[in-house]
Write a protein that binds this ligand. Structure first.
Ligand code: UDP
Length: 309
């Protein structure tokens, strides 16, 4: 297939591109390089069947090639990155989604939207299943991301119903692994960098908030399973093993043999207290589940971060 990936030079998409390349698809990677990095996909770019286009999805997208499948992933995605680029994030999720859906319509392409566990906001139920509508502050400090993604879901569903497009939505939960940006404030990279440098580990709040961390190849395998399935619906993709941020810090200190101490800092506004995906739908219908243990995934990530420092 000819596949377009917006956000193609980003952390998750670079691994997605590797997997699709191995499956012999032709790829167009489109990225404005705001938070993506061409280095992530450099190894693919000297192949004839991979093309890179520097472009921002909020601007009209013109592609001469036939396109069979579009992945719309372009967006800043870490809280620090989307709060530093608030308007771009809002536009990537809204105008960028409309532009890529319009392109899918013109090209008669199938479409997969990268949504997020953030559309559940600060969830009142745990675990979160696809039929939970969420608890989101519509104008809070995360709203340029989570409300834009909620709009993106609405736009995808509307185009699908109105124009009979084949669309899929993946709600991606916290994902980590090699090629994460080291300075975008995410907890896994922050803690690893701090631990390797012997700096204090910054726990926001009391560290009792939870997240569920999925190794990037597990996440990508789930996304590809959805792409290859006949299901044009919403799926959670993530690892259901939930841990507190304090436990994550202890694990990283242990795995890096670090002497770093834990310190507490203010909890950011609207920081979700818990997050844990219910993945029964993906297990049943996509025959997918995560396989990589947190310790193993963290070890690979620690090795990669060490090589970058
Ligand atoms: N966090 C932390 N210390 C850090 C960075 C993040 O305690 O140095 C916390 C943050 O407040 C949140 C969790 O770790 O509760 C996950 O944060 P991240 O930014 O990775 O992603 P989120 O799941 O909030 O989008």
């Amino acid at each position: 297939m000819n596949i377009l990936i917006t956000g193609g030079a980003g952390f998750v998409c670079s691994h997605l591109a590797d997997t699709l390349f191995d499956k012999k698809h032709d790829l167009i990677l489109l990225d404005n390089l705001l938070t993506g990095n061409k280095k992530n996909v450099e190894h693919l770019l000297n192949h004839k069947n991979v093309k890179f286009i520097k472009h921002d999805v909020q601007d009209h997208i013109e592609i001469s090639e036939e396109i069979d499948f579009i992945f719309h992933f372009a967006s800043a995605a870490s809280p620090i990155a989307y709060q530093e680029n608030p308007v771009n994030t809002l536009k990537a999720g809204s105008i960028g989604t409309i532009n890529t859906l319009g392109l899918a319509k013109v090209k008669n392409a199938d479409y997969l939207l990268a949504s997020t566990s953030e559309i559940y906001g600060d969830p009142e139920i745990s675990p979160q299943s696809e039929d939970y509508w969420g608890n989101v502050n519509p104008n809070g400090e995360r709203s340029m991301y989570d409300e834009a993604k909620r709009f993106a879901e609405a736009a995808t569903a509307t185009y699908s119903r109105t124009y009979n497009l084949q669309t899929k939505i993946v709600r991606i939960f916290n994902t980590y692994g090699p090629r994460m940006q080291l300075n975008d404030g995410r907890v896994v990279t922050n803690f690893i960098v701090q631990a390797l440098n012997g700096k204090d580990i910054t726990i926001y709040g009391d560290g009792s908030q939870t997240r569920s961390f999925s190794y990037v190849q597990d996440t990508v395998n789930g996304i590809v399973a959805l792409m290859e399935s006949e299901h044009n619906e919403v799926f959670n993709i993530g690892n259901p093993i939930e841990i507190t941020i304090n436990e994550l810090a202890s694990k990283i200190i242990e795995l890096t043999n670090s002497n770093s101490k834990l310190i507490n800092k203010d909890l950011p506004q609207d920081d979700p207290k818990q997050r844990k995906p219910d993945i029964s739908k993906a297990k049943t219908l996509l025959n997918w589940e995560p396989k990589v243990r947190l310790e193993d995934g963290l070890t690979k990530t620690i090795d990669w971060v060490s090589s970058q420092l």
